[in-house]
Design a protein around this ligand. Structure first.
Ligand SMILES: [Fe+2]
Ligand SMILES: [Fe+2]
Length: 395
C-alpha cells in the first residue's frame, strides 16, 4: 500500500512513543477543523447526530457500509478482475538471486557491487518505503474495518469485498518481502535498526481519521495507492539512473502493483460519487480538511524523535515524493471524481463541501509554494538506518 507515502509532505508527526502518537499539523496542510454542529437551528436526530432541520442528515457509517454491501455484485465484476491470478503474479524470488542456485554467491556479489555505487540518501528513501510496506497488518485491519463486511478473514468465497481485501493484502505482502530481502542482501543498511523501526510502526498503528466510515477510508486508500505508485516509481527511475537495473526492476514491479490498486480504489470512489454524491463529497471534504496523513508517520527507530520528518525531507530533496506530488494528487482526484460537475444530488452541506474541495487544488499549490520558500538551509542529519551516517536534508 499505502505508503502514502503520501502526502509524505502532508504529514509531520511528533515522535511515536508508546504513550504519544498524536500527529502534529504540518504548516503546509494546516486546514481548519470541520465544524461539528452545522447551525444554531440544529435539531437532534434519532442517531444523535445534529443537523439543520431543512437539510438531509449525513449518512452514518453503518448506512454507508450498507451501500458497500449493496455493491457486492459490482465489486465481483469491477474490482476482483483487478487482482492478478497467483500464477501470473511476480514473486520476490523472481527478482532476487536464487539461493538454491550455484550462481547465488556470484549474483549476490554483483548485487552488492551495484549497491556500493548508490548513495545513502537513496537508501533512506528505500528503507522508508520498505518500512511503510511492512506495516501491512495495520492496513489490512483498517481496510476490514471500513469495508463493512462481517467476516473478512474467513475463507468464504461468497463475499466479494472480503475476497478483495484478502487478495489485495496478499499482493501487498510481496512488496515488503521483496524490499526487505533486497536490503538484507545489499549490505548497505543497518538491518537491526530498520527492523526495530518496523516493530515500532506496527505497534504504533496509524492515523487514518476515517472513523469507521468506508467512504473516507476508500478515499484515503485511493490517495495512498497513487502516492505509493509515485514513490516506488521514482525510486525505480533513480535506480536506473544510477545504473542498477535489478533494483530498478524491483521498485518498478511494486509501482506497477500500486497503479493497479490505485485503479481499483479510485473505481470504488467513482461508484460512491455516482450513487451518493452528497455523502461522497462530504467524505472527501472531511479527508481534505483533516489531510491525508501517511500511514508510516509514526515510524520510530528508538532514537530519532523526528524520523518521519527527516525521512520525508530526504524524499522531498531527491524528488522521490514531494509536496508538489501531493498537490498533483489533490488536483487529479478532484478532477477524476468530477466534483465540480456534481449537480442535483447535493444538499446544503454537500454544496459547501463541493465549493471547498474545488478551491482546494489552488490553495494547496499556494501552500506548497509558501512552504518551499520557507525551507531553511541544507543541514546534515544522521540516520540509524545507514549506520548513523549523515544525510542532507532541507527542513
Ligand atoms: Fe498499495
Ligand atoms: Fe504496497
Amino acid at each position: 500500500m499505502m505508503a502514502m507515502t503520501p502526502g509524505q509532505a502532508a504529514c509531520c508527526v511528533r515522535a511515536p512513543t508508546p504513550s504519544s502518537c498524536e500527529p502534529r499539523r504540518h504548516v503546509a496542510f494546516l486546514h481548519r477543523r470541520p465544524r461539528r454542529v452545522t447551525s444554531t437551528t440544529a435539531t437532534a436526530t434519532s442517531n444523535h447526530t445534529i443537523r439543520n432541520s431543512r437539510e438531509p442528515a449525513e449518512m452514518t457509517p453503518p448506512e454507508k457500509a450498507d451501500v458497500l454491501r449493496s455493491l457486492d455484485g459490482w465489486a465481483e465484476t469491477n474490482l476482483l478482475p483487478l487482482l492478478k491470478p497467483v500464477e501470473r503474479s511476480w514473486q520476490p524470488h523472481d527478482l532476487l538471486p536464487d539461493s538454491s542456485s550455484p550462481a547465488f554467491r556470484d549474483e549476490v556479489n554483483e548485487l552488492r557491487a551495484h549497491a556500493m555505487e548508490i548513495p545513502d540518501d537513496y537508501y533512506v528513501c528505500l528503507v522508508g518505503n520498505m518500512v511503510t510496506e511492512e506495516a501491512l497488518p495495520t492496513y489490512h485491519a483498517a481496510l476490514n474495518s471500513f469495508v463493512g463486511n462481517d467476516d473478512p478473514s474467513s475463507s468464504s468465497s461468497s463475499d466479494a469485498w472480503a475476497r478483495w481485501s484478502r487478495g489485495w493484502t496478499a499482493e501487498e505482502n510481496r512488496h515488503g518481502d521483496l524490499l526487505n530481502r533486497y536490503l538484507y542482501l545489499c549490505g548497505r543498511v543497518d538491518l537491526r535498526r530498520v527492523e526495530q523501526t518496523i516493530h515500532h510502526l506496527i505497534a504504533a498503528g496509524m492515523h487514518l481519521d476515517a472513523g469507521r466510515c468506508p467512504y473516507r477510508g476508500f478515499i484515503y486508500t485511493a490517495f495512498q495507492e497513487r502516492a505509493t505508485a509515485i514513490s516506488h516509481g521514482n525510486t525505480a527511475r533513480r535506480a536506473g539512473e544510477l545504473g542498477d537495473a535489478r533494483l530498478a526492476r524491483i521498485c518498478g514491479a511494486i509501482a506497477g502493483d500500486e497503479k493497479r490498486h490505485e485503479a481499483a480504489y479510485t473505481r470504488v470512489v467513482d461508484e460512491l460519487f455516482r450513487l451518493t454524491p452528497d455523502a461522497a463529497v462530504r467524505a472527501l471534504e472531511h479527508m481534505m480538511r483533516e489531510r491525508i496523513v501517511m500511514p508510516a508517520c509514526y515510524m520510530f527507530d528508538g532514537t530519532d524523535a523526528e524520523l518521519f520528518r527527516h525521512y520525508a525531507a530526504v524524499a522531498e530533496r531527491l524528488g522521490v515524493y514531494t509536496t508538489g506530488d501531493y498537490a498533483e494528487l489533490v488536483e487529479f482526484f478532484v478532477e477524476r471524481w468530477g466534483v465540480a460537475g456534481l449537480g442535483d444530488g447535493l444538499a446544503g452541506e454537500g454544496r459547501r463541501a463541493q465549493e471547498y474541495v474545488c478551491r482546494l487544488p489552488e490553495r494547496v499549490r499556494k501552500v506548497e509554494e509558501y512552504a518551499r520558500r520557507r525551507r531553511g538551509q541544507i543541514q546534515r542529519v544522521p540516520f540509524s538506518w545507514v549506520f548513523d551516517r549523515e544525510v542532507e536534508v532541507q527542513l
